[in-house]
Design a protein around this ligand. Structure first.
Ligand code: NAP
Length: 471
């Protein structure tokens, strides 16, 4: 597969970037790298196209999105294989990602027709007497979308679906590790009848291609999904524009007294180790009531050892490779650091190529990076607690706050968790990794700003236009 960049048409580039298979290092494809002139032109094209696209009626935008959803469904196996080849995601999970993208675009098609407003009772104030007030939503303008490697289809869908539904134009800069899925998706949009200048696709490094887009005065919104550190850089340099930042986490799960370990270990092992833990809401910290701690730990370690690790194209694989050697080495360093600080390894670190076997740690000090930072790898720390309040404190003692999973049979504890846990989502009686694509999704603290989940993303991608009407 070889692609140039796309600015109102495909354009060949001399400078190419290789896309490598994270499992075996083979070259999967090549993409062109955008230069300064391309970036300037992309911004102008998106601005110009917005003037036309914003006037296209909702039902037509919706029809295009429905078609995108069905073409993805028709081409599901090709898309799943591409995700696995470039992103190293085990094929069984790539298939799930594609099925989710089918839904994300279907939800976007539905929401395109529901972007409404509200009546404002102006006569609540004497100064408003005799007026009718209402607001409706208008598209914000040009959206810059910057996306990560770990869901190269569905997280791009969460940018393009709501943006297109709302009537915005988009410049997409996907992760350099996984650009091919975005190229396929753009082809699908064009086939579905999207005008040729509504989405622009640029490839190249984050600082070189992403940041000039972020800093430009043309876009009205930067919608970013990726790491906290890059999110912070974007927030510093974006200037006066709307920011939607979907960042990382070190998600935690509480297992309360009364939970039967054997009923939850399978699900938690998948939540922790699937796609090598490279999911923003992967289970990273498990806080277990002392009455079930030993039983849980034993069963969890057994389950983790059983998980098939290796070739992501193998139908059985659960734990695939880390995205790069650099990431693999970072994880090894973090695990070694935790061990030096006193952590105990319940499963010894096993590394083959870029594949790291599941790691379970206990007695992990709070200062260890595997605990306090986002490990984004198949590494889990397990700690015991006595009182439920204490477990919530442990979860909240984090600079992040995306999703938390709370397993408890007690209604008072469910309610306490709902009130006290500091995360964007509190998932009762399931793992933190749970997400469906239409729920409001996003973080507090350093996990980000704003919410995705189509309807909620559309709120971030539109402006309120208020009207006061006095005949
Ligand atoms: P990343 O390193 O932050 O990269 C994300 C995107 O930002 C890539 O397209 C990257 O381009 C670009 N980028 C890098 N430096 C940039 C800069 N200075 N200016 C502008 N853009 C820049 O993240 P990743 O490793 O791909 O993904 C993993 C992270 O994403 C984890 O922290 C994970 O938790 C987070 N994530 C969050 C969510 C969520 O919904 N909250 C979902 C999935 C993932 P290059 O690839 O060219 O460097």
């Amino acid at each position: 597969m070889e692609y140039g960049i796309y600015i109102n048409g495909w354009r060949e580039k001399k400078e190419l970037m290789e896309v490598k298979n994270p499992y075996d290092g083979g070259v999967v494809g090549k993409v062109g790298v955008a230069d300064e002139e391309d970036i300037k032109e992309a911004l102008e094209v998106a601005k110009d196209a917005f003037g036309r696209w914003r006037k296209v009626p909702a039902y037509k935008r919706s029809e295009i999105l429905y078609r995108v959803s069905s073409i993805i469904d028709e081409r599901k196996e090709e898309l799943a294989k591409t995700i696995t080849l470039e992103g190293g995601k085990p094929i069984r999970y790539s298939r799930i990602e594609v099925a989710r993208a089918v839904e994300t675009f279907r939800f976007s098609a539905e929401e395109a027709k529901r972007i409404g407003g509200e009546y404002v009772p102006m006569d609540a104030s004497p100064a408003g007497e005799g007026r009718k007030g209402f607001y409706f939503r208008v598209p914000a303008g040009v959206v810059v979308a910057i996306t990560p490697f770990n869901f190269p289809l569905n997280l791009v869908a969460h940018k393009l679906g709501p943006s297109i539904a709302a009537g915005n134009t988009v410049i997409l800069k996907p992760a350099s590790a996984t650009p091919l899925t975005s190229a396929l998706l753009l082809e699908i949009f064009l086939k579905a009848g999207l005008p040729s200048d509504v989405i622009t696709l640029l490839f190249g490094g984050g600082e070189r291609v992403g940041m000039p887009l972020v800093e430009s005065e043309i876009p009205r919104v930067v919608s970013f999904t990726g790491s906290r550190d890059v999110g912070k850089k974007i927030a510093k340099r974006a200037g006066l524009k709307r920011l939607l930042l979907e960042l990382g986490s070190n998600s935690g799960v509480i297992l309360d007294e009364g939970i039967e370990p054997e009923k939850v270990v399978k699900r938690l092992a998948v939540g922790a180790f699937a796609h090598a833990g490279q999911i923003c809401i992967s289970v990273q910290r498990i806080v277990v009531h002392e009455s079930i701690y030993s039983e849980f730990l034993e069963a969890f370690v057994e389950e983790a050892k059983r998980l098939p690790a290796g070739d992501p194209m193998d139908e059985n694989t659960v734990v695939g490779p880390m995205i790069s050697e650099r990431e693999r080495d970072r994880v090894i360093e973090w695990v070694e650091e935790a061990k030096k600080m006193g952590a105990k390894e319940e499963i010894p670190l096993k590394v083959e190529g870029n594949v790291i076997g599941p790691v379970v740690l206990t007695e992990v000090p709070e200062e260890a990076r595997v605990w306090k930072d986002e490990v984004f790898a198949p590494v889990v720390s397990v700690v015991p607690f006595r009182k439920f309040e204490e477990a919530i404190k442990i979860l909240n003692n984090s600079s992040y706050g995306l999703n938390a999973g709370i397993y408890t049979p007690r209604v008072d504890h469910m309610l306490m968790a709902v009130e006290e846990v500091e995360t964007g989502g509190v998932i009762i009686n399931d793992y933190s990794t749970f997400r469906v694509d239409h729920m409001p999704y996003g973080g507090v603290k350093e996990s980000g700003l704003g919410r995705e989940g189509i309807k909620y993303a559309i709120e971030e991608l539109t402006e309120i236009r208020f009207v006061s009407l006095m005949p």
